[in-house]
Design a protein around this ligand. Structure first.
Ligand code: HEC
Ligand code: HEC
Length: 671
């Protein structure tokens, strides 16, 4: 062994090098306050290693970036740990860098003759921030896509050459595919190379001048090895432990695939840029323009830090004290602004709703990617675009929530507001549309089931004219005995009728693949015995007691048949309930609720022709309402009916609410 070392030393001078590296003098003894630089080098090495691992699976293009990160995150062995380490070590680096900077300034390590090294450190800091910024875009998910777009827009505010800077960073005039390739080149090539170069210089110059000793008399002078090395090692392990814990238990997020067509209101920069983001949102700062807030002010701050060695040179001790005061103030401002950003966001219902949706989309996208159809060839962005569970709520919020609600909200989890107040619904809540409860509730108490109509202006106008719609409704008349229908005697019979209607509605997931369809067991399938009993009651009037002989087909003559559009002259006055609430029924109803075989003249709902709601959209909306989509484990929006009822003054107390007829705008294309 010794011979080998000597042989090597002869040819490389390794012994001397090692000696120089390890026997650096540490006046005043080893100290914890000297560990920051080493931890930074350590995290950087960690980034290089995990970075290369990620690179071996990552594919930078708009059609493959999210897909490959999904693969790393969910399928590659230990991929999520590697990605998690890379993700959190990047954040650790920023934090450690901030601490390192503060410590350097407080200890006066920037003073002559170490100015050059201080400036090298500032350059390193810019490179690290650049690495974070470019890394954020690489997964090509909604979060990174939209947050980075904000950054490239800020670049356009650069004085004089704004446009050129933006074009350079974006890889063209458009934000998109080339931006991704360019950011990847920066992130994995140019910036790390620069970092290594400047780091070597930084360490070389540091070794030339030695440590800036905080207190010579703290302890007897020792050597770098072993005392300081031990402390550095412990600190690095501590950083590794924190990063590893975060990677394992929190994990790096992957939001939904970037979709330029879907605005992403939850976009925020990484948390350590939040202070700048918050600063830019002060009205006074906004008024002075983006260039001022995003370029001039940060530029001045960096400038003040950069000239600190000179401040000290010209003002002496006073300069040093000014420098220290400045860095403390800056630190306090950053903390306060970051805190403000967090608190304001958590109190902002709009932002919270956007976050909830982002969360739902993220979970759903990964669920679909892992589903039977996997990721479509046209890219993961199509996953959510073709998914009823994702698109249904959006279409509902856009077209239907002015009158209807879905479990009390607008489909996307938000209460519907009207001039600052919670608006009362003017049509049924479709959250349980077509379910057993929905069916039973119609049969038992029709008026109560459709009570929200009473909030509508057209309804109140008719009541005022002594022409209540309930008076002319034969259904309200038929089910106008809730006491009787709710009584113990009819409980089981109503249950059976509801089960029959529910089975006719055919709600639930139908796999597209034939083989899968055969094997698929619906979790909520109708109970066939109960259905048969319900069928004989509904179609043959097999009630007991007072209701004996009254069947539903007395009026709804097509009940129990397959759905078909009925020619106008054959309609018997009651709505067709052939496969009521099923996909074909619902599609036909939404396209033309005023058709004679639906509500006829009594209709108050706008008709949705294909210029308002395309066939694809109609299909997505209807499949969501009938639950015909890949089953999901993703947490849905919470039920807000109680909240709605409280806020809008309870049932019937609609106040000024008026979503019907006249204010439904262009959507009202009835008949
Ligand atoms: C201008 C108000 C308004 C809008 C907008 C509106 N509806 Fe309706 N809708 C009504 C009214 C009124 C009724 C009748 C009673 C009820 O269900 O409350 C109704 C009934 C329904 C029913 C119940 C059918 C039944 O008889 O069981 C469904 C389902 C429905 N609408 C779906 C939709 C969908 C889907 C949209 C959006 C594409 C929509 N509605 C938009 C007013 C509206
Ligand atoms: C006396 C005739 C009559 C009988 C009997 C009758 N219905 Fe109806 N039903 C109607 C009419 C008319 C409507 C249209 C709404 C209205 O009248 O306000 C209606 C509406 C409905 C609706 C709501 C559909 C919609 O588009 O609004 C359902 C569901 C329904 N009936 C189910 C039943 C069931 C189930 C039975 C048997 C237990 C039944 N009906 C018995 C006349 C009747």
């Amino acid at each position: 062994m010794k011979a080998l070392v000597n042989w090597l030393d002869d040819r490389t001078g390794i012994k001397g090098l090692l000696h120089e590296a390890l026997y650096e003098r540490v006046p005043g003894g080893a100290r914890w306050r000297y560990v920051w630089g080493s931890t930074l080098v350590f995290t950087f090495v960690l980034q290089v290693i995990t970075g290369f691992m990620l690179w071996s699976a990552y594919s930078p293009s708009t059609r493959t970036a999210w897909e490959s990160v999904y693969y790393i995150q969910n399928e590659m062995t230990l991929g999520f740990v590697i990605r998690g380490i890379h993700h959190f070590a990047a954040q650790a680096m920023v934090v450690l860098m901030a601490i390192h900077l503060v410590q350097v300034i407080i200890d006066g390590a920037y003073k002559a003759p170490r100015e050059m090294n201080f400036w090298l450190g500032i350059v390193l800091m810019q490179i690290v921030l650049g690495l974070s910024l470019t890394g954020y875009l690489l997964p090509w998910d909604q979060k990174g896509y939209y947050a980075t777009q904000v950054t490239t827009n800020i670049m356009s505010a650069t004085p004089v050459a704004g446009e050129q800077v933006q074009v350079l960073a974006q890889g063209g005039t458009q934000y998109g595919h080339l931006t991704l390739t360019r950011f990847f080149a920066m992130h994995a090539g140019i910036l790390p190379a620069l970092l290594v170069g400047f780091l070597v210089l930084h360490i070389y110059v540091f070794r030339r001048h030695g440590l800036t000793v905080h207190d010579e008399n703290h302890a007897p002078t020792s050597n770098f090895w072993p005392d300081q090395v031990l402390k550095d090692g412990v600190a690095c392990l501590a950083v590794l432990a924190v990063v590893l814990l975060l990677a394992l238990f929190k994990g790096a997020e992957l939001s939904a695939p970037a979709d330029p067509a879907v605005k992403f209101d939850a976009a925020r920069p990484e948390w350590y840029f939040l202070f700048l983001f918050r600063f830019l949102r002060f009205h006074q700062v906004e008024a002075l323009g983006l260039t001022f807030g995003a370029i001039v002010v940060p530029g001045i701050i960096m400038g003040i830090i950069a000239v600190m060695p000179l401040t000290h040179k010209f003002l002496g001790d006073l300069g040093h004290r000014l420098n220290k005061a400045f860095i403390w103030l800056l630190g306090a401002a950053v903390i306060v602004l970051t805190g403000m950003a967090f608190i304001e966001d958590s109190n902002d219902p709009g932002h919270q709703a956007a976050l909830a949706e982002a969360h739902r989309d993220a979970g759903r996208a990964q669920e679909l990617a892992a589903g039977p159809d996997r990721i479509p060839v046209d890219g993961a962005v199509e996953l959510l675009r073709r998914d009823p569970f994702t698109q249904g709520p959006r279409l509902f919020a856009k077209h239907c929530a002015s009158c209807h609600r879905y479990n009390g909200h607008n489909g996307r989890g938000e209460l519907v507001m009207d001039e600052g107040k919670v608006a009362a619904p003017t049509a049924a809540d479709l959250g349980n549309f077509g379910s057993r409860d929905w069916m039973a509730s119609i049969v038992v108490d029709y008026r109560h089931h459709f009570r929200h109509l009473e909030n509508a202006r057209w309804f109140r106008d008719r009541v005022a004219d002594d022409d209540s719609p309930w008076d002319s409704s034969s259904m309200a008349d038929w089910s106008g005995y809730p006491e009787l229908l709710k009584s113990e005697a009819y409980k089981d019979q109503i249950k059976a009728v509801a089960e029959f209607l529910y089975s006719e509605a055919q709600h639930g997931y139908v796999p597209t693949d034939e083989k899968e369809r055969e094997e698929y067991k619906a979790p909520n399938a109708p109970d066939e015995k109960l259905v048969a009993k319900g069928r004989s009651i509904a179609l043959e009037g097999a009630w007991t007691g007072d209701l004996e002989g009254t069947s539903c087909i007395d009026c709804h003559s097509t009940m129990g048949e397959d759905f078909a559009v009925i020619p106008e002259d054959e309609v018997d006055g009651s709505p067709t309930l052939a496969k009521y609430a099923s996909e074909p029924w619902l599609k036909d109803f939404i396209r033309n609720p005023g058709a004679a075989h639906h509500y006829g003249d009594a209709n108050q709902m706008p008709a949705y022709q294909s210029n308002q709601l395309t066939d694809t959209e109609l299909d997505l909306l209807v499949r969501w309402l009938t639950h015909n989509h890949l089953p999901t484990e993703v947490e849905d929006y919470p039920d807000r009916q109680e909240e709605l009822e409280k806020a809008s003054g309870g049932e019937g107390g609609g106040g000024e609410a008026d979503g019907s007829g006249d204010d439904s705008g262009e959507d009202a294309g009835d008949e």
